[in-house]
Design a protein around this ligand. Structure first.
Ligand SMILES: [Zn+2]
Length: 131
């Protein structure tokens, strides 16, 4: 039996981090469907599960590897965004955060300095804000 499975999986993509994420996502959808009795989440969970099996059994390994790579990039972006938001929240009593009106560059200034002129380090636009 084990040998049969091994022969079946030969040349197929198998498992990766994106598939692990998808399996957790489908379980979460089934769980929400169970609790809320919304059929939509059942079908969503089923679709995610089918996509996961499609990826696992796929013979197009370069395409699946590219998907996994994209997943890692997105995961990294979400993690760094979250990290930035947390740092901003933790230092909210020390710094005020502003966004440049021209180029949308984010910057921080120390609190409690009254009305100050801020110049954007990226594009040089100057604007006045209360710190
Ligand atoms: Zn700017």
């Amino acid at each position: 039996m084990k040998e049969k499975i091994r022969r079946f999986m030969a040349g197929r993509y198998g498992n990766d981090a994106l598939n692990q994420f998808l399996s957790v996502g489908s379980i979460a959808c089934f769980f929400i469907a169970l609790l809320s009795r919304l059929g939509l989440f059942y079908w969503l969970g089923l679709a995610i599960l089918l996509y996961m099996y499609f990826r696992m059994l796929s013979r197009n390994i370069p395409a699946r590897t590219a998907e996994n790579y994209k997943f890692y990039t997105m995961k990294g972006n979400v993690a760094s965004w979250w990290h930035g938001k947390r740092a901003q929240w933790d230092s909210r009593k020390v710094y005020r955060y502003f966004t440049c009106p021209k180029c949308h560059q984010k910057m921080r200034v120390p609190r409690g300095r009254g009305r100050i002129q801020i110049s954007c380090p990226r594009c040089g636009t100057q604007f006045i804000k209360k710190s």
